[in-house]
Write a protein that binds this ligand. Structure first.
Ligand SMILES: [Zn+2]
Length: 96
C-alpha cells in the first residue's frame, strides 16, 4: 500500500491532509483517492495507450485493426480498476 502511494507521489500526486486522514483512519475512503483523476494520472501516466489491451499504442500494441481506439494510460487503467475486485492488488501489479 505504501508503495502505491509512493509511486503516485513520484508521478506528481500530492496528498492533501485530508487524504492522510482517510488513509490512516478510513481505508475504505482509499477508493475515492484511487478513482480521482489526479491520482490515476500520477500513477499510470499519460502515454498514448491502446484502449483495447492497455499496451503502449505506438510501440507495443501490434494487434489487428480491432485495436484502434487510442486513449491515455490512466484512462485505460481507470476502466480496469472499476472492474477489478481487488483494487489494491490491481495497482500493486504495476509496481516494479
Ligand atoms: Zn491493443
Amino acid at each position: 500500500m505504501k508503495d502505491i502511494i509512493a509511486k503516485a507521489v513520484e508521478g506528481g500526486y500530492r496528498f492533501s491532509n485530508v487524504d492522510h486522514v482517510y488513509y490512516e483512519e478510513e481505508p475504505r475512503f482509499l477508493d475515492e483517492i484511487f478513482f480521482s483523476h489526479d491520482f490515476l494520472k500520477a500513477f499510470f501516466g499519460e502515454e498514448e495507450t491502446c484502449m483495447r489491451c492497455g499496451l503502449w499504442f505506438m510501440k507495443k500494441c501490434t494487434k489487428d485493426s480491432s485495436h484502434r481506439e487510442v486513449g491515455v494510460a490512466w484512462q485505460y487503467h481507470a476502466q480496469q480498476l472499476v472492474l477489478s475486485e481487488d483494487r489494491i492488488k490491481y495497482l500493486e501489479g504495476f509496481l516494479e
